[in-house]
Ligand binder design. Sequence first.
Ligand code: IDP
Ligand code: MG
Length: 139
Amino acid sequence: MSQTLAIIKPDAVEAGKAGKILAHLEHAGFTVRALKMTRLSAEQAGAFYEVHRERPFYGELVEFMTSGAVIPMVLEADGAVPRLREVIGATDPAEAAEGTVRRLYAESKGRNAIHASDSDENAAVEIAFFFSRMERPGL
Ligand code: IDP
Ligand code: MG
């Protein structure tokens, strides 16, 4: 078993889609090991998306991720990182496969409902960003 970090983003939380997305993830075989609702400051969102600092959409991304509540969670499954990327679909919902979370629930390429870690290394960093050791039973 391995773990990854997902974040239900402000667009989906605000639209009342969090429960459906969580059910979708559980139905896809993930076990939720930690979960919280929080709201990011600009400094926190900027740090989380540090790798995108030079991209043209960085300002828009930070503004969006601080616009409302987010729900970060630790998900566990066999091959959790690639499996979750498959289940959420492409960044742009218009390009995401049928039945993926983004195809079903995202509004646009920017407001795309959910984040998922893109490697085991980044999953470890991102899990530690949101959850202290005390909040991560079994780690
Ligand atoms: P990912 O979330 O599928 O891994 P990344 O390329 O890592 O996609 O981009 C991080 C986030 O930045 C995306 O999920 C999306 O919210 C936002 N983003 C990416 N590309 C664009 C864009 O072209 N316009 C606006 N926002 C974007
Ligand atoms: Mg990414």
